[in-house]
Design a protein around this ligand. Structure first.
Ligand SMILES: Cc1cc2nc3c(=O)[nH]c(=O)nc-3n(C[C@H](O)[C@H](O)[C@H](O)COP(=O)(O)O)c2cc1C
Length: 183
């Protein structure tokens, strides 16, 4: 059976991040031929085009993990109605040098959770704009805008009963999307 390795990019460095928790929980809804690995972005330097010729080891590692994956999952926080700078920094790093982007063609999903009732919708929309430019085919529907509140996760850290059916449907659609577009 062909295996699909998914590179998961969490748009938050916070230790107790709801988005990191969501990334771990939703991965458990995937079928056995999918495996998910969260890629580290907290050790990346600030992107500087002067470094394109000699990228840091963390940048090379990030690009390798993206290139070796068959799909992408972005699970992002919303900061000031956009994506957190740490996520944009990671995206910029792996998009360069010009013509050597690691992102191009990798099928992606975009989800997120915030404490606000708009559930990262603005951040996701900004992220979709960036991914479109980077030639990343991104699942359009269903959209997932989650608010962090009691019951979203159960005591084991899994998706709570109230959201499970909805998120399982998203995962099923995401799996089909990756299979359709993966190289
Ligand atoms: C700098 C900053 C800006 C924020 N801006 C927004 C925002 O625009 N919309 C929103 O819903 N929540 C906003 N929040 C609250 C986040 O939803 C909340 O901190 C959330 O826990 C972040 O996700 P995380 O738990 O994965 O780190 C902001 C938080 C910070 C620290």
């Amino acid at each position: 059976m062909k295996q699909y390795q998914i590179a998961v990019v969490v748009g938050s460095l916070r230790k107790e991040s709801f988005n990191r928790k969501l990334a771990s929980a939703i991965a458990k809804l995937a079928p056995a031929d999918f495996s998910f690995r969260q890629v580290g972005i907290g050790d990346l330097p600030l992107y500087n085009q002067d470094d394109d010729a000699g990228p840091a080891d963390s940048v090379k590692r990030l690009k390798r993990e993206i290139i070796d994956s068959q799909g992408l999952l972005f699970v992002t926080a919303e900061y000031n109605r956009s994506i957190p700078g740490v996520l944009k920094n990671a995206i910029d790093h792996a998009s360069r040098p010009y013509g050597q982007s690691a992102w191009a063609g990798k099928p992606a999903g975009v989800i997120g959770v915030s404490v606000g009732s708009t559930g990262t919708s603005m951040a996701q929309q900004h992220l979709r704009n960036v991914l479109s430019y980077l030639d990343v085919p991104t699942l359009g529907q269903p959209e997932i805008f989650l608010q962090a509140k009691d019951g979203l996760f159960d005591e084991a850290g899994d998706i709570g009963a109230g959201s499970r059916k909805f998120l399982q449907n998203w995962m099923d659609r995401y799996v089909a999307w990756v299979k359709k577009h993966a190289a």
